[in-house]
Design a protein around this ligand. Structure first.
Ligand code: PLP
Length: 450
């Protein structure tokens, strides 16, 4: 029995894995990872895999990055964690200063949590509570977009719209208003993504007109709906949305948990629309993929609505034990250092061009309905019928064939249903992207053969 097999047996006896039908592992291999280095993951039998999905979109500067390693280990020798109520520490202060400096004006305050979902809960509760403190108790609802994803906790799941994750729990969830989104995949012949954004905005306009008085906030994933199959839309939608939120007195929550930190080509995706949300949710790349940490940035107007005498009971009492963890903050600071140490976004533009060129031939594949890209996120959607863009029945799980083919060819590609994508760490080399594209193309051939 190899080391992989013996660890797999022990794992399957005691671990319950996320986002997994555990029975699948009767035929799918479990891969125990011994170490990571740069874009590479290595298992216990010595097989290597390029981490094309940045380990669920968190890793930016590679595994075992020396600068982040050193920062965490220096911090660990000093202070690993301290309660953040009544106490503070230098890493959380410096991180907040640097995030405020980076974020679009007038975002000026950082509230910490420990996962992306928790950040979304914070933003939803804070928005509701702001309106309550403003004597607007009728504002109790949220608007979200079709095909959105904001996490798995109850509030976050409520404002999501991916049936696979949401449907089961519907009886437990908030009553939200879901409006058809601006997904460019559904462009009519001759329409540009911008045209789609404008056309589809009428639904949002209508929802705000009808429900504005009872709505706290609209929540969106700027530019790319990642878990919804890397569906993309034009920045024009965010511009129109910012204006309409102002017009109807509704907050805008930008969930940049997946798309922040350069993934879309700019440091924050919202920059491409030149808009500032009322709440900016960040996580994943925040610590370079090292430690769980999230943050919600907001502006003084929100902060001041909570700032009053204790007896008025208007404080935001939300908390998590590990809020603002010092080790996680030191990893985040080291990550920001790496953005400043070299022209990361500029190099990413070169890498994005390589991705685009490497995936372009797939546009002609008889079962590829769309090849799309926003910055460092590139996706290829398999379809049954190319012209009508008819999807394959989800039960066929054709993406799994690509996943398995990739594992046998030094790649961790983990399709979302029938959408394969590249969202690699920024330290990837052009030849590695070309390899991934080749493996993906072979996988799509295999998966669409019958
Ligand atoms: C846009 C977005 N929001 C929220 C989340 C939830 O983050 P977490 O898994 O850290 O709770 C995710 C996770 O994929 C995400 O993509």
């Amino acid at each position: 029995m190899g080391k992989n097999d013996s660890l797999t047996a022990r794992d399957l006896a005691v671990v319950w894995h996320p986002c997994t039908q555990m029975k699948d592992h009767e035929h799918l291999p479990m891969i125990p990872i011994r170490r990571g280095q740069g874009v590479w993951l290595e298992d216990f039998d010595g097989n290597r895999y390029i981490d094309a999905v940045s380990s669920w979109w968190v890793n930016l500067f590679g595994h075992a990055n020396p600068h982040i390693n050193a920062a965490i280990s220096t911090q660990a020798a000093q202070l690993e964690h301290v309660i953040l109520a009544g106490f503070t520490h230098e890493p959380v202060i410096r991180l907040s200063e640097r995030l405020v400096e980076r974020a679009p004006s007038p975002l000026s305050r950082c509230f910490y949590a420990d996962s992306g979902s928790a950040a979304v809960e914070v933003a939803l509760k804070m928005s509701f509570h702001y309106w309550l403190n403003q004597a607007r108790p009728a504002k109790t609802r949220f608007i979200c977009l079709s095909n959105s994803y904001h996490g798995e906790t109850m509030g976050a799941l409520s404002v999501g719209d991916v049936a696979l994750y949401k449907e089961t729990y519907k009886p437990l969830l908030l009553d939200v208003i879901t409006v058809p989104g601006p997904d460019a995949f559904y462009a009519e012949p001759g329409e540009t993504p911008k045209d789609v954004a404008k056309r589809q905005f009428s639904h949002m306009q209508q929802a705000l007109e009808q429900h504005g008085e009872e709505v706290c906030a609209v929540i969106v994933e700027p530019l790319v709906q990642c878990a919804g199959g890397m569906r993309m839309y034009d920045p024009e939608y965010l511009r129109l949305l910012r204006q309409a939120c102002d017009q109807y007195g509704v907050h805008l929550i930008a969930d940049e948990i997946a798309v922040g930190f350069g993934r879309t080509g700019t440091f924050f995706a919202c920059e491409q629309a030149d808009v500032t949300p009322d709440f900016l949710c960040l996580s994943k790349g925040l610590t370079g993929g090292y430690l769980p940490l999230s943050v919600v940035l907001t502006h003084d107007q929100v902060y001041e609505a909570f700032y009053t005498e204790y007896e008025r009971l208007q404080a935001f009492l939300h908390s998590h034990s590990y809020t603002g963890n010092a080790l996680a903050c030191s990893a985040a600071l080291a990550t920001l250092d790496l953005f400043e140490a070299s022209p990361v976004l500029e190099r990413n533009r070169m890498l994005a061009d390589v991705m685009s060129e490497a995936l372009a031939p797939l546009k002609d594949h008889p079962h590829v309905g769309d090849v799309r890209q926003t910055g460092m996120i590139a996706a290829v959607e398999m379809v049954k019928d190319k012209l009508a863009k008819t999807p394959y029945p989800w039960q066929e799980r054709r993406g799994l064939k690509i996943y398995q083919h990739a594992l046998a060819n030094q790649a961790l590609l983990r399709p979302l249903g029938h959408v394969s994508y590249l969202m690699p760490p920024y330290v990837i080399e052009p030849e590695q992207i070309q390899h991934l594209a080749r493996v993906m193309a072979e996988g799509i051939d295999l998966a669409t053969r019958d």
